[in-house]
Design a protein around this ligand. Sequence first.
Ligand code: ADE
Ligand code: ZN
Length: 346
Amino acid sequence: MTSVKPVPAERLPELLRLMPKAELHIHIEGSLEPELIFALAKRNGVALAYGGVEELRSAYAFTNLQSFLDIYYAGASVLLKEQDFYDMARAYFVKARADNVVHAELFFDPQTHTARGVGMDVVIKGLHRACVDAKTEFGISASLIMCFLRHLTEEDAFETLEQAMPYRDLLVGVGLDSGEVGNPPEKFARVYARCRELGFRLVAHAGEEGPPAYIWTALDVLKVERIDHGVQAVKDPALMQRLAKDRIALTVCPLSNLKLCVFPDLGSHNLRHLLDAGLAITINSDDPAYFGGYMNENFTQTFAALGMDAQHANTLARNSFEASFIESAAKGRYLDRLDECFEDFR
Ligand code: ADE
Ligand code: ZN
């Protein structure tokens, strides 16, 4: 752990914003703001079940993961053309830059789009072009992680993998998302084994609402390198030890957990407990357009609620780079920038 000089509480929000950081858990479809949903609906002639932006936003009162997913998939129905995917990702990068996110690994859900007749080429080309432009325009490095929808079959996931193979070089890894309970990681054992052979980096959502057993099988059956969410690990001391010992990063999303009622309030969130227990915790936004905030909101609200300090901030930012899939020389440069930011902050 890098030792960090103390920062007065009133200066902490400034440090949280200024420090360079990586975002490792962002569903790009979850960055679609209501205004862009309606603009794209108009551009593409798609009818929505909501009369306007305010009516849609007022429907964002979720009780659990599924209640969110129903609205989230409806919002994604406005995405039809390559330019739509580009515009969505570019809008995210504008927000990311404001929060000093210097590296982002974007999840996307191709099955949500291919099931509506949108080609895999349309989805990947639009997102990839936005990633290339993020580097030249904003200096943000970005890569794509293709997620399989776990409420669908493994056969469907295999088909999706096949469709993505022409774009293999544009993807850094694969993930697993959507409704967790009743869809354990081992349902996707074969397709993950194949992705591993193909050289994809592997992650999976586990322990968001589902039990610690799902985190174990994500690690031991799917052989993932990071766990998305993972907050239910706290219920299993042996799992906590395993995660700490193997430095398995958890991509935790505090405002998401709050909005989806995983914790009753931010003050009850276990992020600080997990971090203080030595786990490789990172902070991320998940679906920022739906959960009330991008990276900086997640950091500032969580730090205020849990009374965390500059040392925690440094560890979280450091973890975000160390757990990323950036090649090692660039990773070193980001870590140097982080050190400089903390040294220069006064
Ligand atoms: N898809 C988008 N956001 C998700 C989340 N928080 N959990 C599972 N699947 C998702
Ligand atoms: Zn997620």
